[in-house]
Design a protein around this ligand. Structure first.
Ligand SMILES: Cc1cc2nc3c(=O)[nH]c(=O)nc-3n(C[C@H](O)[C@H](O)[C@H](O)COP(=O)(O)O)c2cc1C
Length: 178
C-alpha cells in the first residue's frame, strides 16, 4: 500500500466483525510499530492484547463510558498501550532533559500508537485509539507491569463499517512559513 493512501485512508473504526485477530498478524503489526521513532530510541511503548471476552467486558463495563464501551464490546481485541516511565525525556541521572519534563513519554506513545494503527490498516484491520478511560480502573483489571502507565486503549479487529473521513483543516490553516 502506498504511504499516502495509508495515511489518508486509515479511519477510526468503531464497529467490527466477529473474526478474531490472528496472533501472527498482530505480531507483524507490533513488529512494524517497533520501527516508530522514539526519544533517544528508548522504545518505551508496550502492548497488552486483551482477547478474553471476560476481561474485555470488565474494561467496557468499569473503565469507560457507554460510547467507548460499545466500541470495546464490538471489537474482538483491545490493546492496552502502556509506557515505561522515567525514560523518555530523562537524563541518566534522573533529571529532565527539557522544559517539557516527562511529557515526551506521551509524545512517544502517540507516535508508536499511530504507527501501530497504520500497520494494522495495511493488514486490513481497523483500529480506534481511545483516550477516555479510567487508568486506575484499567490497572485493577489488567496487570500492568510496575513502572508502566496506561497511555491509551486501542480497539482492533476487522472493520464492519466504512466511515467517511471527518473534515480536515486545510494546509493554509495548518502551515505557516517564516
Ligand atoms: C489521543 C486520541 C484519543 C481518542 N479518544 C477517542 C475515544 O475515547 N473514543 C473515540 O471514539 N475516539 C477517540 N479518538 C478517535 C478520534 O475521534 C478520531 O481519530 C478523529 O475523530 C479523526 O477521525 P479518523 O481517525 O477516522 O481520521 C481518539 C483519537 C486520539 C488520537
Amino acid at each position: 500500500m502506498e504511504a499516502m493512501e495509508m495515511i489518508k485512508g486509515r479511519r477510526s473504526i468503531r464497529k467490527y466483525k466477529t473474526d478474531k485477530v490472528e496472533h501472527s498478524v498482530l505480531e507483524e503489526v507490533v513488529a512494524a510499530a517497533a520501527f516508530a521513532p522514539t526519544w533517544k530510541n528508548t522504545q518505551t511503548a508496550r502492548y497488552i492484547a486483551v482477547e478474553s471476552a471476560d476481561v474485555k467486558g470488565q474494561i467496557a463495563e468499569q473503565c469507560v463510558g457507554q460510547h467507548n464501551a460499545d466500541i470495546i464490546n464490538s471489537a474482538p481485541m483491545l490493546i492496552v498501550v502502556t509506557g515505561i516511565q522515567k525514560r523518555a525525556g530523562y537524563e541518566r541521572d534522573g533529571s529532565f532533559t527539557t522544559s517539557k519534563e516527562d511529557r515526551w513519554q506521551n509524545f512517544d506513545s502517540g507516535v508508536c500508537t499511530q504507527t501501530l494503527c497504520l500497520a494494522a490498516y495495511e493488514k486490513g484491520l481497523g483500529t480506534v485509539i481511545m483516550g477516555i478511560f479510567g487508568e486506575d480502573k484499567v490497572k485493577e483489571i489488567v496487570t500492568v507491569p510496575e513502572g508502566q502507565e496506561v497511555m491509551a486503549l486501542v480497539a482492533i479487529g476487522y472493520p464492519d463499517e466504512e466511515p467517511q473521513a471527518p473534515k480536515r483543516k486545510t494546509v493554509e490553516d495548518l502551515l505557516s512559513y517564516c
